[in-house]
Design a protein around this ligand. Structure first.
Ligand SMILES: [Fe+2]
Length: 321
């Protein structure tokens, strides 16, 4: 689908779909921060059909412009509560997406797929481009699902995933795992346990920290025709059973800080499944080479995202809805 809207925005369908400025504008950012209802509707359709929309040429460079564009396109924004990534709020509900370790790539994931709540939409914006590398990577979850052998995708669709997390009491634990006060953005112990008991499958204190499990979906339906999309990060959380405690044994988990994943029913996910998933993800990777001023909308259920390693100063904001 290609739509021309004279004098403002030119849309093109794809993965990602693109929206470009059409013609001259004295204030390009205003085309997004004050987007018209007809154009917002076109964006919504493209996002639902294709899973991601890249906006180029609108010069969204400051945090103010980013926040205004986010609210204009998404409405109410949400907090990153319960997330495992080391992430700080730049201001209010606008976060820094770049993470501390630029030398390592961030692997494909859906935001908070392991948690009881996940955002429906993500909004990224680049104000400073890395010297080298730093592309945001996108993965069409419906293509990933369709590309996997039936045995693997149906196992995840039918059995789901149980995520285990044992979060340390204090920040700076030598495991490198975020502490529970950092994860839940509060150190009110009773509130955190109450929140976890209400939302997770199980939650309890241990001498080392907070141990939770969350049984949830491994795939979801996405788009207007409700096709199955890959929606899990078992390939990141599941560790080699020879190097960490058997994730099916929760007693041994009390002495181990970290993350694990099993099938929803608690049985081990075979090594060979994870190897196949990783190679399909590699084949489905699409790199978004940022230009300063770009913004990117991602349907968090239809598409996974990641980040290439980089050098230099990279500034990418993210907001959730
Ligand atoms: Fe992410």
């Amino acid at each position: 689908m290609t739509t021309h809207t004279p004098g403002s925005i030119f849309f093109e369908s794809g993965f990602p779909s693109t929206a470009r400025r059409f013609g001259d504008s004295p204030h390009p950012a205003r085309l997004l921060t004050h987007i018209g209802s007809e154009q917002r509707e076109t964006v919504r359709h493209l996002l639902e059909e294709t899973g991601a929309v890249l906006f180029r040429g609108f010069e969204i460079l400051s945090i103010d412009e980013f926040e205004d564009a986010a609210r204009s396109l998404l409405g109410e924004l949400a907090a990153y509560q319960g997330g495992d990534a080391p992430r700080h709020a730049e201001r209010g509900l606008v976060y820094n997406a770049s993470g501390p370790d630029k030398s390592r790539a961030v692997r494909a994931h859906n935001e908070l797929s392991y948690a009881p709540w996940h955002p429906g939409t993500l909004f990224f914006g680049c104000s400073v481009v890395a010297e080298e590398g730093g592309a945001t990577t996108l993965f069409d979850g419906r293509r990933v699902y369709a590309s996997l052998p039936a045995e693997i995708r149906e196992a995840f669709r039918d059995r789901g995933v149980t995520y285990i997390q044992h979060l340390p009491h204090a920040a700076g634990d030598r495991s490198g795992i975020k502490s529970w006060p950092e994860t839940f953005e509060t150190d009110a112990k009773d509130d955190v346990l109450e929140h976890c008991r209400a939302n997770y499958t199980s939650a309890r204190w241990t001498p080392l920290g907070l141990l939770t499990t969350n049984r949830t979906a491994g795939t979801v339906e996405a788009g207007p025709d409700r096709r199955q999309a890959w929606f899990n990060q078992a390939h990141i959380w599941r560790k080699d059973p020879s190097t960490v405690p058997d994730v099916t044994d929760m007693r041994r988990w009390e002495a181990w800080i970290g993350y694990g994943a099993t099938f929803g029913d608690g049985t081990q996910i075979p090594d060979a499944y994870m190897e196949t998933v990783q190679s399909v993800l590699n084949a489905c990777e699409v790199a978004i080479e940022w230009e300063a001023g770009d913004v990117l909308l991602v349907d968090n259920r239809a598409a996974m995202h990641g980040r290439q390693s980089y050098s230099g100063e990279r500034q990418v904001f993210v907001a959730f809805a």
